[in-house]
Design a protein around this ligand. Structure first.
Ligand SMILES: NC(=O)c1ccc[n+]([C@@H]2O[C@H](COP(=O)([O-])OP(=O)(O)OC[C@H]3O[C@@H](n4cnc5c(N)ncnc54)[C@H](OP(=O)(O)O)[C@@H]3O)[C@@H](O)[C@H]2O)c1
Length: 339
């Protein structure tokens, strides 16, 4: 198997070079069904680094700190080579697995950053995101409080997740924002109208989460309720159940045709499409596919070498407009819900 390292991209206007694909670590502890062969997940982290993946994405909300703790030994063992991105702002309800509230206030932020630093066992978080915007809390206040963490050396760079273009501009005026993290895939393209142009203009890297459509674009499942079970968040997802799921599965046909032509997988076509947004929009784009398995990691990293031609891109173009069901049950959880 090739040990060739992936290319790099800049994380934020004056930021460091990082591998052009990151690793989403959420599924190692949270959201996507019963965890996980932990030895295999640890081996996946190590293999990712060997292949040039240097940005590792987690959040305090992923398993109430479990995910930060899970990746901590890996981060500590490779502190000089890797960058860890974590997030604050989503508070899980201990009684209800899928119920969440949002907190952005300064006292909460101060407590959250200390807890993340402790769980990760690092002195500085490389990229610290506001995970969601709390309605009624001005983003200037939150980013002002986050900027204090940079001054104090607890955090290196700032990021925002699922913000609108307007919120990004207001935040960037308070302190440079290195990255916006939003859902971006063949199925989810709402950020292209406003968020993407604003990020390009400000020199902000677009970190694309769920670039595999939470696995749906790989063809690994169709109806989440029937195939994945109630402890998998996707079984509550409007796109992945019942009639919507069946209709959406039919949209994968152009990916199949392209995958067959190149002798690659659907996952690789889906990831190459996201990666090529960098050229299309002339900006830094960094997908963070999540996997717990080395075989899938190798596949995903391999997608950085796949280039889709103009006709192939054209065949994929209509898909997002035909998807049935929203990308969240509650769209106020997304930037599109506030645009
Ligand atoms: N900011 C936010 O609000 C937000 C929201 C969601 C996610 N995220 C971040 O983004 C990361 C990635 O997003 P995601 O995990 O939601 O979705 P994703 O990357 O689109 O898909 C992950 C799913 O696809 C499967 N998979 C991965 N590679 C595959 C392949 N080559 N073939 C078949 N199946 C494959 C994974 O299963 P296995 O693990 O079993 O391989 C997992 O179930 C997360 O880990 C998290 O760090 C952020």
């Amino acid at each position: 198997m090739s040990n060739e390292k992936i290319p790099t991209t800049r994380l934020g206007e004056n930021g460091p070079e990082v591998g052009v694909q990151g690793l989403g670590c959420m599924g190692m502890s949270f959201a996507y069904g019963p965890t996980t062969d932990t030895d295999e997940a640890r081996a996946t982290l190590e293999r990712a680094l060997e292949l040039g993946v240097t940005l590792y994405d987690t959040a305090d909300a992923y398993g109430n700190g479990d995910n930060e703790e899970f990746i901590a030994p890996f981060i500590q063992a490779h502190r000089e080579e890797v960058r860890v991105a974590t997030k604050f702002g989503i508070v899980n309800d201990p009684e209800d697995l899928w119920k969440r509230t949002i907190r952005n206030d300064r006292p909460y932020l101060r407590q959250a950053v200390e807890a993340s630093l402790r769980r990760l066992g690092v002195e500085q978080i490389d990229l610290y995101y506001m995970h969601r915007l709390q309605p009624g809390v001005p983003i200037e206040e939150t980013v002002g409080a986050m900027a204090e963490l940079v001054t104090e050396g607890k955090v290196k760079q700032l990021g925002l997740s699922e913000v609108t273009a307007e919120e990004l501009r207001r935040a960037h005026a308070v302190h440079p924002i290195a990255a916006v993290q939003s859902e971006w895939s063949l199925f989810s393209r709402d950020i292209e109208s406003q968020v993407v142009p604003a990020a390009r203009e400000l020199g902000v890297t677009l970190v694309a989460y769920s670039p595999l459509g939470r696995g749906f674009l790989t063809g690994a499942f169709v109806d989440a309720q029937k195939e994945l079970g109630a402890d998998d968040w996707r079984s509550t997802h409007p796109r992945f159940t019942g009639e919507n799921a069946a209709a959406n599965a039919a949209l994968l046909e152009p990916l199949r045709v392209i995958a067959e032509r190149h002798g690659v997988t659907l996952a690789q076509v889906a990831l190459a499409w996201v990666q090529q947004r960098a050229e299309v929009h002339r900006m830094s784009v960094l997908p963070i596919p999540g996997t717990r398995k080395r075989s899938r990691l190798a596949e995903n990293v391999g997608a950085t070498r796949l280039v889709l031609g103009a006709e192939e891109l054209a065949a994929l173009e209509p898909i997002a407009g035909q998807v049935s069901g929203n990308r969240y049950g509650d769209m106020s959880f997304t930037s599109a819900g506030r645009e």
